[in-house]
Ligand binder design. Sequence first.
Ligand code: PMP
Length: 415
Amino acid sequence: MAEAVIQSKSNVDFQRIREQFPVLSQQIKGQTLVYLDNAASSQMPSRVADRIDAYQRNEHANVHRGIHTLSQKATDAYELTRKKVQRFINAGHKEEIIYTTGTTDSINLVANSFGDRFIGEGDKILISEVEHHANIVPWQMVAERKGAKINVIPVDDHGDIIWDKYVELLTDNTAIVAVGHVSNALGTVHPVKKMISEAHKRDIPVMVDGAQAVPHTPVDVQDLDADFYAFSAHKMCGPTGFGILYGKKKYLNEMPPYRGGGDMIDKVSFEETTYNITPYKFEAGTPPIAAGIGFGETISFLEEIGMPNIAEQERELLEYGTQKLNAVEGIRIIGTAKEKASVLSFVHEDIHATDIGTILDQQGIAIRTGHHCAQPTMRRFNVPATARASLSFYNNKEDIDRLIKGIKKAISIFQ
Ligand code: PMP
């Protein structure tokens, strides 16, 4: 609630907040867990788990269907999340908030439904060179179906998009720009507001993959003027199986349903079916109710800490981690963009990322190694894989010190 928002980071007790994540105090391989795989999935505070537990134990019923009290209560709790999400990302209307199962689902919805209606033969779909597979493959699939073509905005050696190339690639037959707000493999924060404004000069809509942005920084979809914005609950201390697609009404109202079934219809006969209004026409079948209600609690939790405070805390941790990592001999950070968020992707000149990850795991330190579902990004930077430590506001400098010590141990073992 607004009045509970802590106004300045100096008033936030991040140690106390960390204590609300029971998973972090467990022992792994005989040592307290250091969890640095937040870009893959972040941890859940007790109050969110408790909210889901309370719903499952005492409030469970299907939504939008029953006239009985329990179903109405479940519907109210589930729909309350829509209002909270609307406020959280400052959407103009609650009808512009579509529930999905996650970012991947949200992007598939846009690719299929927007694609059906607005992408035609010879059109161009513009994505960047450093997208997650979830923001590449659905577009390739629709391009193949429609006879459209994928164009790729290149990035420079730091991981920043090359602006002039981007502007050059915006042409009259560009049907949509689909770009990540923050790269999961590099941490680059793309200048999406500027990119959207440039695309809009030519009336080209922009979909932003915000999976790695919403958990780390305040996002205002109206200020960005994004046409679509996608994100996942599980990367922002919420449950798996739940996500959001924000879309401007002017597009959603024109777009056909993506999946058919219960809840998304108005009237059904064998001759003709008419559809429910937005957003329900995109929400076929029984949804993940428990996850949706849990996500509402997650948003309250994040709002009470304050997204600007979270961003500031993570910026400090990222700076600290970058400095420490750069000081380790043989380590090279991949992704050195001007503006970065919460990701430290790195390689060692002689040791494979997987070996580093394995040695770290033996010390109770969880990082991710591999291509991070971004194989074209790895190719761009000429590496088969990276080791990636990704930060959350509940991490601290001791976590980073343990990471650095762990990496040094891996180096001493392999050399
Ligand atoms: N986009 C980006 C930038 C991501 O980091 C991820 C998850 N790693 C996704 C999309 C896909 O998210 P999900 O698996 O939750 O659908």
